[in-house]
Structure formats: C-alpha cells, structure tokens
Design a protein around this ligand. Sequence first.
Ligand code: GLN
Length: 506
Amino acid sequence: MSLDAQILTLTAGELADAVRAGRIGAVEAARAYLAQIEATAPRLRAYLRVQPERALAEAAAVDAARARGEPLGPLAGVPYGLKDSFVTAGIETTAGSRILAGWVPPYDCAAARRLRAAGAVLLGKLALDEFGMGATGEHSPWPAPMNPWSSGHVPGGSSSGPAAAVAGRAAAFAIGSDTGGSIRVPAARCGLVGVRPTWGRVSRAGLVAFASSLDAVGPLARDVGDAARVLACLAGQDPEDSTSLADPVLDYPAIAADAAARGLAGVTVGVDRAGLDRAGLDPDVAAAFAAALGVLAAAGAAIVEVALPDAAELLAAYAALSSAEAASNLARYDGVRYGLHVPGDSYEASAAATRAAGFGPEVKRRLVLGALIQRDPALQAKARAARVRARTGHAAALARCDVLASPTTVEPGLPVAPGPGDSPEPTRGLGSDRLVVGASLAGLPALSLPAGFSPARDGQPALPIGLHLVGPPLGEARLLAVAAAYDARAPWRGRVAPGVFPGGAT
Ligand code: GLN
C-alpha cells in the first residue's frame, strides 16, 4: 500500500498521534487527502470548493510548530471538511444556495477557529441541501453528492457532502449542522458516527441560520473515538454565541475509551417498541436493530421498555416550527446586505425579485409554509404544545433509563431521485427524520453510529444501517461511552465502502 493510502486508512486520532510523534508530516497528510479528493470528485461530488493552497499552508504551519518544539493540539495535521453553511474568512460560503453565490465572508465561524487551534487543517467546503432544508442532498442548485456505498442511493442530508467525504476518505472528519436530523441521518446512511450535541453545547457563531431554536453543530466521523475527540475540541462556551452553555466540557475521548474497555454493566437502555412498530421498520432495519440491542446486552446493558411521544406528531410540529423560524431567518436575503441584487422599483419589488431568482423550490415551499404558520396563532400553539410533549415525554423516558435507543432511519437506504426535473417531493426527505426529530425538539444530545448493513440482494449493494442513541441534557459523555462500548464489540468496525480507493488500496 502506498504511503498516501496508508495515511487515508488512519482514523483522525491515529493520524494526529502520528503527526505529533513525527512519523507523518502534516503536509504529507494534506497532500494525501487532496489527491483523494481529486481522484474521487467525479463520483462523490462531496465538495463545493477545495482550498489546496490554504490547506497546505495550514499543514506547513503545523509542521513548523512541531519543528520548533511547540506542543501540538489533539487534531494536529488532521485534514477535515466543513459543510458550506459555516462561514469561512476569504472562502466563498453559499449555504448551498444560489442566493449567496459569490459571497466571501470576512470572518471564520467558531468551529473553524476552534479546529484550527486544535491543529486541524481545512480542506474545503462541503455540499448540502440548500440552507440545510432536506434529507437527501438533492435540494441544491449543484449536483448532489453520492453515497460511497451505492451510486443508486442518496448519502442522506442535509449534511450530504460531509457524509460522502468522510465515508469516501476524502476528509478525515467533517463538521455538519443538525436542525432535525441533518448530521445523524447522513451519518447513518454512509456508515459513520454523527453527533448532535445538546442545544447550546457547541457554539453556532458563524453557522448560517436555518431554525435557531433547533440548529446544532457537530462532527461526522469515522468512529466513536474520532467523534469524541472532535466534539471535545468544538464544545464549550463562546462569547460570540450567547446561547452557548458554560458547563465544563468533559474528557469525552477518555470516557469513551474507558467504556469501550469496561463494557456497560449497570447501564440501562430504553426502547419504545410500540413506537417503532407504529413507525413501520423495514425488516432489514428491524433485524439490525435487534442485533445491536443484543450487542449492548452482551456488553452488560439492561434493555428496558419505555414510551415516547408519537413520532408523526413530532414530525409535523418540527415542520411547522422550523419553517416559521426559517421564514424569519431567511428574510435577510433581500439583496441589500446578503443575496443577489436584482433591482426593482421599490425595496419590496427588489427583494421579491432577489428571492424569486435566488431560492430553490424546496426553500420557497418552506418559506410559504413558514409565513402561513407565522400568521396562524392556533397552529403555532399546537406545534408548541407538541414540542412541550417532546420535552416532557423524553424526560419521563430518560428518568427510567440512561440512554434511549432506536434505529436512525426506518429504511436502510433511499434511492436517488430519478432525474433533475423529478426532484424529491417535500415529504420524502422529512420521512427520513421520523425517528430523530424528537431529540431535536427536546434539545437533547443524540448520535448515530453504524449498526451493520442490509444484505446485498437483487443487484442492490449492502447499505449501512444506523443505531440512534439519545441522552439527557449534557449527556454527551454518556452517549459516547455507550456508543464506544458498542463499537468496540461490533464486527463491521473499520469496513470501508467499495471503490473508495480508486488506486486499488483497501
Ligand atoms: N431533513 C430535515 C429537514 O428537511 C432536517 C434538516 C436539518 O436538520 N437541517 O428540515
């Protein structure tokens, strides 16, 4: 295997340790990833923009710091990608929308600043559903990324580029945002670990807003250890985000490693079996989930029965609340400070022309829905009441167990839309989030991790299936501990999507 291929097989943690020990140079690592991005770009379409010069300069700075004997951070020399809804100084940021095309922000988002301080190297900006609105990656004016496990299936969204890049070994990890599932669903569909932290645990400064009471920032990573390491760098209070929490950040990597070694004796895992029956699991997903519970039980966990609020009701409340918030947040794209400038007779006419030309059909649908909700106090009250039920229902269930478990999605894969003109109907994406919006509405931490594959059959390749875990407020460490104990006992650990290494290395 070439050195480049060897570098790509390392986890982010292994790579950082090798860079710190001087076994691999940060520039060498950046070059290996840049070559992989180029080799896989026609298939993956994960990146909207690659920044080779900037990446090599950041990597050279890490190597120079090491040469001077300076201490290196926990992600020293690790190349990563950012969803394009995060602003980056001097790099065009579009949030997947034509309305922001050409916008070059003057500052870096908190995630980029923190990751640079940890030694990570930014490779480029990753594709997404426009403004994060979607669950497939297909709601975008630019070509949708591919799922590395199957060219016939979507990578999931809206963090479609981050998931495709990490699963395709075109980034060691990536940063996504999750409003109603956008980190966890693509992580599940691409065989990755994706963490949505407690609302407020990670600064959202510099994240292009979709629905502010729901938006959260987190990693998509190759394994639980990497997710823990990246989350530890991201988490913590930030004076630039007044909603960020001051609580101390725990040592997630150490806690996860400890649980992986010790197992889960004394841990209870809650499952809402009646709710899963109502959701209608695909038989392959049901089988993988049953096997996953078996692994958790074998690691020492007790499985208990709980009841959660009705998923269909939560999905409807999510659609109403997120669209109403989006209608306010996206009002700033009027062509004055942000957005294409399309001159008209009046401010109203100019703003309307700007939006007509700049927003895609899914965003327009949500803005119309959001405007209707904003004018309907009775509907707002109904959605808010459902949100309260999400909070109280999850709190009651979590009083009876340490973490909640379910599959991440009801089906093992979603086929790509037949053609550009047939872009997916609005409800298709939302259905993907059926099992995960509850944690979003309740503001709880949640993660998805690989829990096996559907069997290859009828010409369909094997597709990854995700296990979804939800914890109490600020329960990230507990979630990562359970995930690590599971992951350490999972037979598919380290399995790589077919064809990811065009050079033949696997
Ligand atoms: N798929 C959901 C939606 O379309 C969630 C998106 C997200 O989390 N950004 O709104």
